[in-house]
Ligand binder design. Structure first.
Ligand code: SF4
Length: 443
């Protein structure tokens, strides 16, 4: 096929890092299909794919808004076809096509090996729905990476078997399937050969990795093997469910290359609410004990967590308990969500709190956390760190990260310099803080 006959295709990505790997896989599969020229600009494309997130109502609103604005471009004749893909399609397949009759087709969450065939079929016959079984173990080897070259997400599991009562991920992505260690090592090797210096290990619950394999193993086993990869410099572990954090995992942070950074979503601190949320064996005492031990045994640990406010039945007292805990524990990084009542989840039938209460509680958490984060940043002034340079944001000003900043979700470190290069590591001194961000000088 000559390049004249190829169609320009672009993909609008929405959602979390787990969905970002899917975006990279879709692009990777399209790149080898040779029917397309991959474009970064939807307005210059014949076909626009939208990889949607369906996790909570806010994410679905964003997806609807994106579909609507892309269809407007189609109406103006700028685009020939618009196709929605991914998590939201799993939840709203037919409804999406009814709501947006100009949508050419929808493709549910899958391993995306057949994405080209699905797209070609949709181009022949409009309004088709493609769905697949949710029992596949994903292979993430064919990726067109869209992140900075120096880091990449490495998925160790797909799906989730925790069934927290508010979460529809197990319904969307299926029960947890672990990748075989040999597959993970091969994917990691390919990424390192492609210039990756930092692997960000992800999965819906990385602490559960390996339990379902024919030869069961755990996260420590695979991270230990990964830590021997030559050329790799940093490893960062995300999304460890606190209920599945075993004694053995404390030793993860003594392995070479593993950064003293941990993302562990706790969701709440009140034992009654944790039970209602279905958060395994976690309780106030358990979480307090685990987080304290993590702080006391891992020098310089940066802890990131997520909390949810306004779960059905959460009293003001229970919310204050959460706020008090956050004030006392001073997590370096925190994300907060308002509870969102999701059809198909166990907590859906429970009476939702008024939106104003949820919003007020959310604001209180965010205000408190802002104060903690600003103080933390101020305390960083004078400290010396190793940073990786990521991108030039204006003339001679570079956006960087240290071990304390996970890509995309955490604040940045800014460094001034003329001859810096993306992906290089430097020793710096923090000389100033600007709210959440830090300003550094080379030493
Ligand atoms: S651990 Fe709970 S919140 Fe996280 S994806 Fe699994 S079911 Fe959802």
């Amino acid at each position: 096929m000559s390049s004249d006959e190829k169609m320009a295709i672009s993909l609008i990505h929405l959602g979390c890092p787990k969905n970002l790997i899917d975006t990279e896989k879709i692009l990777g599969n399209l790149a080898v299909a040779e029917n397309y020229i991959i474009s970064q600009m939807p307005e210059d494309s014949d076909i626009v794919l939208i990889n949607t997130c369906g996790f909570i109502e806010d994410a679905r609103k964003e997806a609807r808004k994106t579909i609507k604005s892309t269809l407007k471009m189609k109406k103006k004749g700028q685009i020939k076809a618009v196709i929605a893909i991914g998590c939201m399609v799993e939840l709203y397949k037919e409804k999406l096509l009814q709501e947006f009759p100009d949508l050419d087709g929808v493709i549910g969450f899958s391993d995306y090996k057949e994405i080209n065939e699905y797209i070609q079929s949709i181009l022949q016959k409009k309004q088709q729905i493609f769905l697949s079984q949710k029992d596949f173990v994903p292979s993430d080897d064919l990726r067109l990476r869209v992140t900075a070259r120096n880091y990449a997400y490495l998925r160790v599991t797909e799906g989730c078997s925790n069934h927290c009562t508010y979460c529809n991920i197990p319904g969307i992505r299926g029960e947890m399937r672990s990748k075989d260690p040999s597959q993970i090592l091969q994917e990691a090797r390919t990424l390192v050969e492609d210039g990756v210096k930092e692997l960000v290990i992800i999965g819906q619950d990385t602490a559960n990795y390996g339990k379902d394999l024919a030869n069961p193993c755990d996260l420590y086993d695979i991270v230990e093997q990964l830590s021997k990869l030559e050329g790799l410099r940093w490893m960062r572990i995300m999304y460890m469910h606190p209920a599945h954090f075993t004694e053995r995992f404390f030793a993860l942070f003594s392995l070479p290359k593993v950064l003293p950074y941990l993302e562990m979503p706790i969701q709440h601190i009140n034992t009654r609410i944790l039970r209602l949320m279905g958060r395994g064996n976690t309780s106030k005492e358990y979480l307090h004990g685990l987080l304290t031990k993590l702080r006391n045994t891992i020098p310089g640990l940066i802890l990131r967590s997520t909390v949810m406010v306004g779960f059905p039945g959460e009293t003001e007292e229970e919310f204050q308990e959460l706020l008090h805990f956050l004030q006392e524990f001073r997590l370096e990084r925190l994300g907060a969500f308002c509870y969102s009542s999701e059809p198909g989840t166990a907590s859906y039938q429970n009476e939702d709190l008024p939106y104003a209460i949820k919003k007020e509680r959310y604001e209180k958490v965010m205000q408190l956390q802002q104060k903690i984060a600003f103080e933390w940043a101020k305390n960083m002034v004078g400290k010396e760190l190793e940073i990786v340079v990521e991108e030039c944001v204006e003339e001679n000003l570079w956006q960087c990260r240290s071990y304390g900043e996970a890509p995309e979700i955490d604040p940045c470190i800014y460094l001034q310099g003329k001859k810096l290069k993306s992906g290089t590591f430097h020793r710096v001194k923090i000389v100033q803080n600007e709210n959440y961000d830090l300003i550094a000088k080379k030493i």
